[in-house]
Write a protein of this length. Structure first.
Length: 311
């Protein structure tokens, strides 16, 4: 029976199939209520032994002899029941976490069996490369894991703040100064949106060469706003585009940002004299129109470099 037939079947259909039977209910709404009860019983049925179906439906019929007769003799009623069962049947999930973060449809019974809210965790670096699982005494039940483009993805039930902290602290401790963790919080029906947010945060901290650690949107508010506004992002890319023709200047700006604007450290990281660094910064100002030695210039150039890196 098709879905539309199952949903719109009426007492008239049953009487046409079984003309010898009197109407089992005086109004269509009562008959519809009975069919709804049948569908509900089918959705809850988990035994899998078809020989028990009639017994279950006879209980639904109660003391009404006409309903009991329908249960015994009506193939359409049995089909309604089995249709409900098939709709709610749970197929094995090869990678439930991957399906959830990708926004793929999962059976409602599976979705309803999940925690109400989750912490979406994406880890990149040594913790992702060497991940063998969060110890049971730390993770507890219900943590889902998968991988995405080499990154580790965890869905941590967001029902216990202490447990959530233990897991994130465990992962942060395993970064060993190499890589980042990005997190976002969402309800179980919006995990794909949470994954996109955490992935954006991870892209931003990687592009900005932030120190190894754990980050969320509040840590990258300016950059996050930029990439969410395509016109602004493109304008910033245009600002920094001329540096593409000057490899040394591009590397100098990247080193300055990575050094958190400490010019002595940037010069050491580049293995150049401080005066050479200062000259290059002047050239960057000339090429881009933004002075990397000023607060505003650094802000614009940093946002531009990140916008170029994540586009």
């Amino acid at each position: 029976m098709t879905e539309s037939a199952a949903e719109w079947a009426s007492p008239v259909d049953v009487r046409a199939t079984y003309p010898g039977l009197r109407p089992v209910r005086d109004t269509p709404s009562e008959a519809a209520d009975f069919l709804a009860e049948v569908r509900s019983a089918g959705e809850k049925w988990a035994d899998g032994h078809h020989g028990d179906v009639v017994s279950v439906l006879l209980e639904a019929a109660g003391d009404d002899p006409e309903l009991a007769e329908l249960v015994r003799g009506s193939g359409s009623i049995i089909e309604e029941f089995l249709e409900g069962f098939r709709r709610n049947a749970v197929k094995p999930q090869k990678d439930l976490a991957a399906d959830l973060v990708a926004g793929r449809e999962v059976p409602k019974s599976v979705l309803h069996g999940l925690a109400p809210r989750y912490l979406v965790v994406i880890a990149r670096g040594s913790v992702a490369e060497q991940f063998t699982g969060v110890p049971d005494e730390i993770a507890g039940p219900g943590v889902l894991s998968t991988s995405h483009d080499g990154d580790l993805v965890l869905l941590v039930p967001d029902t216990d703040a202490g447990r959530r902290s233990r897991i994130t602290e465990h992962l942060a401790g395993r970064l060993d100064g190499n890589g980042w963790i990005a997190v976002a919080r969402r309800g179980r029906a919006k995990l794909a949106d949470g994954f996109r947010e955490a992935a954006d945060v991870l892209r931003l901290v990687a592009a900005g060469r932030r120190p190894s650690g754990m980050y969320s949107v509040p840590d990258v508010l300016v950059e996050y706003a930029v990439i969410r506004h395509q016109e602004v992002a493109q304008n910033l890319v245009d600002v920094i585009k001329p540096l593409r023709a000057h490899t040394a200047l591009w590397e100098t700006l990247a080193a300055l940002i990575a050094a958190d604007y400490n010019r002595n450290k940037a010069a050491n990281d580049l293995f150049i004299h401080r005066s050479t660094l200062d000259y290059r910064l002047q050239r960057i100002a000339s090429v881009t129109g933004c002075d990397p030695t000023s607060g505003r210039g650094v802000q614009v150039l940093t946002a531009a470099l990140i916008a170029d890196s994540v586009r």
